[in-house]
Design a protein around this ligand. Structure first.
Ligand SMILES: Nc1ncnc2c1ncn2[C@@H]1O[C@H](COP(=O)(O)OP(=O)(O)O[C@H]2O[C@H](CO)[C@@H](O)[C@H](O)[C@H]2O)[C@@H](O)[C@H]1O
Length: 820
C-alpha cells in the first residue's frame, strides 16, 4: 500500500466494556405465555419466518410490542406534551388511540400475573447471564489482541448509573493519540489544495454575493419560514412528568427482563450477542443513487483554512479565508448502503466469530431509506404512522423487500416521492424536513415494520447512520428515548462519507428538529465566518456511540484543520470512538466476469485469465459506441465522477493540452457543476478526434468505461475513500490518482524495481504532478507490457469485497454495544 504505516489511523480503542445488561437485548421473544400483548395487530405476530433461508427468529418480540404500549401511555398520559416520537397532536392522539385503554385492557390479568411470576425467574436468569458475560469477557481479554483494552473493572451487574459515559474513554483516548504522527506529505499536498480552493471560490463569486453580509445572510435564509416556538417546542424529555417517567421506566425494565428471559429459552450466549442492525441512509443503490448534483445554493457548507491568498470575498478578521461549498449528494453513499448490509448479513454466519467470541452476529439487518419512486420489489408493509415535521403532520407508509439476507425498508411520503431521482433537490429547509422525517421514522422502524411478519424490536439494536443526512438519528435516539430510560441498550454508529457536506443552517433551524431546548448546544457551532450556526453533522458526531469514516487516511485527515472542514475539533474530541474502515465494493454488481453491462453491443465479460483479450474487445466496443477511432494500441484514459471541486476534473482540463498531444484517447463521464459540464463539452469539441465528454449519469456507461479503458484518472483534491479506483482495479484498469484519503490507502504506487504496486499516485493535486504520473503510466503501458500486465493482475487479484470491511464493522458494532 502506498500509505506509510504512520499515516494510517490505528484501530479505534476498544477499551470499553461494561457489558451489563446489554445482555438483555436478545433478540428472542419469550415463550410460554410471557408475552405481553401488543396493541397493534402487526406486532402481535411474534414469529418471524423470513422468506427463503431466513431462520425462524424469536427475537425481541416483546421489545417490538412494548414501545407501542409506551406510545399509547405517553399519548394518553401527557396529551400533547410528550411524544417520544416527536409526533404532532394528531399523531399523539393516534398513538393514544392505538394503545390506550382498549389496548391496555387487552393486557389480560392473566398475562400480568404470569409476568410477575416469571419476572423473578427472569431476574435470576439475568444474574446468571451477567455472570456468564463476565466470564466471557475475561476469556476474550485473554485471547483478544492487544488493541482490546482489558483494564476496566469486571462487570458486576450494577445498574446503568455505575457506568457513567466515558468511563473507559480516557484510556482509549490516550492510546489512540499516542499512535499518531504528523504527516508532512499530506500537509504539503494540502498546501496546494488551499490554492485550488481559492481559485474555486472565485469562480463562485457572483453567486456568492448574497453571502457577504451578516452571518444569517450566509445561509440565504430570508425566505425560510420562521417557526413559531409553540409549534416546534420540544416535546420529548422536557414535558415528562416524574410519575410517568417512573411508570415508563418500570415498563422498560420489564421489557428488558423479558428479553433476557427470552434469551434464556434459546442459546444464551448466542442470544446475548445477536445484533439487529438498522442502517439508515438518504440513498441506496440500486433504487436511489444521486442522479445529479444540485449545487444547491441554499445548503451551505463553509470550509476554513489558513489564509494563503486574499480572496475577493472580504477576508474576515480572524485571518482565515472562507470557502463556500454547496451541499450535494454523495453517490458513493448509495453504493455503500446497497452493499455493506449484505456483507454484514453474510458475516452473520461466519463460524470464526462464533468460535473466537462465541457470538453469532448480525443475522438481522435492515436498511431504511426514503422511497423516492415506484420501485418494483418493495411491497407495502405495516400500518401507516404520522410524524410531526415543521408544523405538519406527515403520514409515512412503509415498503419492504428482503434481498440477500437484508430487509430493505422504504419510508414513503410525498416529500420523498416528489423529488424523484433528484434526491437532494429543493431548498435547504425542504431537504432538512425530509431528513427530519426520515430520522424520526427510522428511529422507530424496529417497532412498526414487521419484516417477514415480525418487528425487529429494540433488543440488541444498533443503528448505522450515514453522513449528515441521517445524523439526527443518533440525536433522536438519545433525546427521545435513552435520556428517558428507553432503548438503553440500543446504540448508534455514524459513518462519515464526506465531511464537506454538513447540513449547516441558521440557529433558528433548530425549531424544525423538534428537540428539547437543551439540545441546542449539541447543534450550535461557531466558526469565524458564519458565526454561530446550526450544524447537524456536528450534533450527530457528538451523539453517536461510535464514529466511523471510510478509510484510514481520511480518518487522519478529518482530524486536521485542513481536512476536517471546520469540524476537526469535534472529531478530535471524539477520537476515542473514531476510526477508519476502508469501503469494500459490491462484487456482484462490479465484476467483469458477469457484469450485465458487458453482455451486449460488442462488449464481453472477462476474468483474470482472459483479461487481455476481454479488455481489448471491450475497448473496441467502447470506441465504437462513442465514435472514437477504433485502435487497440492507443491507451484509453477514463474519468468518472461528480463534476465538482472535490473530484479535480478541472485539473484534467488544465492538463489537456499535454494529454491531447499524446497519442491517447480520453473519455470523461460526469454531471454536476454547470461550468465543469461546459468544460467537458468544450474539451470534446476541441479534441473531437480523441476526447469524449459525456455529461450525464449513466451506470451502464460507467461500467463499460471501467472495462474498456486502460487507465482511470482520479485527481480528487480530497477523497474519503473513492470507489471508482476500486472498481477499476477489479476490471484490470490501472488507476492514476492523487495520493489522498482513501486513494492513498488503496492504490499502492508502482515500483518498477520490485514489480509491486497497483497504479500511479501523485502527491499534489495539481496538473503538472498529474502529468508526471500519467507520463510514467503511459510509458509503462507502451514500453513495458509485462510490467503493465503485472499491475493489472495484482489489481484484479485483490479481495476488494465488503467481506473484509464487514468484519471490521462488526468489531465496531460490538464495541459500541458494550460501550457504556
Ligand atoms: N455520471 C455518472 N454516471 C454514472 N455513475 C457515476 C457518475 N458519477 C459518479 N458515478 C458513480 O457514483 C459512484 C461514486 O463513488 P465515489 O466514491 O466517487 O463517490 P462520492 O464522492 O459521491 O462518495 C463519497 O462517499 C463514498 C462512499 O463512502 C466515498 O468512497 C467517497 O470518497 C466520498 O466522496 C461510483 O459508483 C461512480 O461510478
Amino acid at each position: 500500500m502506498a500509505a506509510s504505516s504512520s499515516l494510517l489511523a490505528p484501530s479505534a480503542p476498544r477499551g470499553v466494556v461494561a457489558p451489563s445488561a446489554a445482555a438483555c437485548g436478545c433478540g428472542s421473544a419469550p415463550r410460554g405465555g410471557l408475552l405481553l400483548r401488543s396493541p397493534s395487530a402487526h406486532v402481535s405476530r411474534r414469529r418471524h419466518r423470513c422468506p427463503a433461508t431466513r431462520p425462524v427468529r424469536f427475537c425481541a418480540g416483546v421489545a417490538s410490542g412494548w414501545p407501542v404500549v409506551l406510545a399509547g401511555s405517553v399519548g394518553r398520559g401527557f396529551g400533547k406534551g410528550l411524544r417520544p416520537m416527536g409526533m404532532g397532536a394528531d399523531a399523539g392522539d393516534q398513538a393514544g388511540e392505538g394503545a390506550g385503554d382498549d389496548d391496555e385492557a387487552r393486557i389480560t390479568n392473566e398475562n400480568l400475573r404470569a409476568t410477575i411470576r416469571k419476572s423473578k425467574e427472569v431476574l435470576a436468569m439475568h444474574r446468571n447471564l451477567l455472570e456468564q458475560i463476565s466470564e466471557k469477557k475475561k476469556l476474550i481479554s485473554v485471547i483478544a489482541d492487544s488493541s482490546i483494552h482489558n483494564e476496566q473493572e469486571p462487570f458486576s451487574g450494577q445498574s446503568d448509573s455505575s457506568f457513567p459515559e466515558g468511563k473507559d474513554i480516557g484510556h482509549g483516548h490516550e492510546t489512540y493519540l499516542d499512535m499518531h504522527s504528523p504527516q508532512p506529505e499530506f500537509d504539503t499536498s494540502y498546501g496546494e489544495f488551499i490554492d485550488d480552493q481559492n481559485e474555486h471560490y472565485e469562480s463562485f463569486e457572483s453567486e456568492d454575493a448574497d453571502f457577504s453580509g451578516s452571518s444569517s445572510e450566509h445561509y440565504l435564509y430570508d425566505s425560510f419560514p420562521r417557526a413559531s416556538p409553540s409549534v416546534y417546542a420540544p416535546r420529548a424529555a422536557n414535558g415528562m412528568k416524574q410519575d410517568y417517567v417512573a411508570q415508563l421506566s418500570q415498563v422498560s425494565e420489564k421489557e428488558h427482563s423479558i428479553n433476557v428471559g427470552a434469551n434464556d429459552n434459546s442459546s444464551v450466549s448466542g442470544g446475548v450477542d445477536l445484533m439487529n442492525i438498522i442502517l439508515v441512509a438518504a440513498e441506496c443503490a440500486p433504487w436511489s443513487k444521486t442522479g445529479k448534483n444540485q449545487n444547491n445554493k441554499h445548503l451551505l457548507c463553509i470550509y476554513f483554512f489558513e489564509k494563503i491568498a486574499v480572496s475577493k470575498l472580504a477576508p474576515h478578521s480572524g485571518g482565515l479565508e472562507a470557502f463556500l461549498f454547496w451541499v450535494e449528494g454523495c453517490r458513493g453513499l448509495g453504493d455503500v448502503a446497497g452493499a455493506l448490509p449484505k456483507a454484514l448479513a453474510r458475516r452473520g454466519h461466519r463460524v470464526m466469530l462464533k468460535l473466537v467470541l462465541n457470538i453469532l452476529l448480525f443475522p438481522y439487518l435492515q436498511v431504511v431509506v426514503p422511497k423516492y419512486g415506484d420501485y418494483a420489489e418493495p411491497q407495502q408493509i405495516g400500518e401507516p404512522r404520522t410524524y410531526h415535521v415543521a408544523g405538519q403532520d406527515m403520514e409515512v407508509n412503509y415498503y419492504h423487500t428482503y434481498i440477500d439476507g437484508v430487509d430493505f425498508v422504504f419510508i414513503e411520503n410525498p416529500i420523498f416521492h416528489h423529488v424523484g431521482s433528484e434526491i437532494y433537490s429543493g431548498n435547504r429547509t425542504d431537504i432538512l424536513k425530509r431528513m427530519v422525517l426520515l430520522c424520526k421514522a427510522a428511529v422507530e422502524v424496529q417497532w412498526y415494520v414487521p419484516c417477514g411478519g415480525y418487528c425487529y424490536g429494540d433488543g440488541n439494536l444498533v443503528f448505522i447512520a450515514n453522513d449528515w443526512h441521517t445524523s439526527l438519528l443518533p440525536v433522536y435516539l438519545k433525546a427521545y428515548y435513552r435520556d428517558n430510560g428507553f432503548m438503553t441498550y440500543a446504540r448508534s454508529v455514524l459513518v462519515i462519507h464526506n465531511i464537506a457536506h454538513q447540513g449547516r443552517g441558521p440557529i433558528d433551524d433548530f425549531n424544525y428538529l423538534d428537540l428539547p431546548g437543551h439540545y441546542m448546544d449539541m447543534f450550535k457551532f461557531y466558526d469565524p465566518f458564519g458565526g454561530d450556526h446550526l450544524n447537524i453533522f456536528a450534533a450527530g458526531i457528538k451523539a453517536a456511540d461510535r464514529l466511523l469514516t471510510v478509510s484510514h487516511g481520511y480518518a487522519w485527515e478529518l482530524k486536521t484543520a485542513e481536512g476536517g472542514w471546520g469540524l476537526h475539533s469535534i472529531i478530535n474530541e471524539s477520537d476515542w470512538k473514531f476510526q477508519g474502515i476502508v469501503n469494500g465494493i459490491d462484487t456482484s454488481d462490479w465484476n467483469p466476469s458477469d457484469d450485465v453491462h458487458l453482455q451486449s453491443d460488442g462488449y464481453t465479460n472477462y476474468s483474470l485469465e482472459t483479461v487481455q483479450a476481454g479488455k481489448a474487445q471491450c475497448k473496441e466496443a467502447l470506441q465504437k459506441e462513442l465514435g472514437l477511432p477504433v485502435r487497440g494500441d492507443v491507451p484509453v484514459i477514463a474519468f468518472i465522477g461528480r463534476l465538482d471541486h472535490q473530484k479535480g476534473v478541472d485539473l484534467i482540463a488544465e492538463a489537456m493540452p499535454w494529454i491531447a498531444s499524446q497519442d491517447v484517447q480520453v473519455i470523461m463521464l460526469g454531471t454536476g457543476r454547470q461550468d465543469l459540464e461546459d468544460t467537458l463539452r468544450r474539451l470534446e469539441s476541441q479534441h473531437y478526434d480523441r476526447v469524449r465528454g459525456w455529461v450525464g449519469f449513466s451506470v451502464r456507461l460507467a461500467h463499460r468505461m471501467t472495462a474498456g479503458a486502460d487507465i482511470l484518472l482520479m485527481p480528487s483534491r480530497f477523497e474519503p475513500c473513492g470507489l471508482n479506483q476500486l472498481y477499476a482495479m477489479m476490471y484490470g484498469t490501472v488507476p492514476v490518482v492523487h495520493a489522498v484519503g482513501g486513494l492513498r490507502d488503496t492504490v499502492e504506487h508502482y515500483n518498477p524495481y520490485e514489480e509491486t504496486g497497483l497504479g500511479w499516485t501523485f502527491e499534489k493535486a495539481e496538473a503538472n504532478r498529474m502529468i508526471d504520473a500519467l507520463g510514467h503510466c503511459l510509458n509503462t503501458y507502451r514500453n513495458y507490457r509485462s510490467s503493465w500486465e503485472g499491475i493489472q493482475r495484482r489489481g484484479m487479484m485483490q479481495d476488494l469485497s465488503w467481506d473484509n470491511a464487514a468484519k471490521l464493522y462488526e468489531e465496531v458494532l460490538v464495541s459500541a454495544k458494550y460501550q457504556w
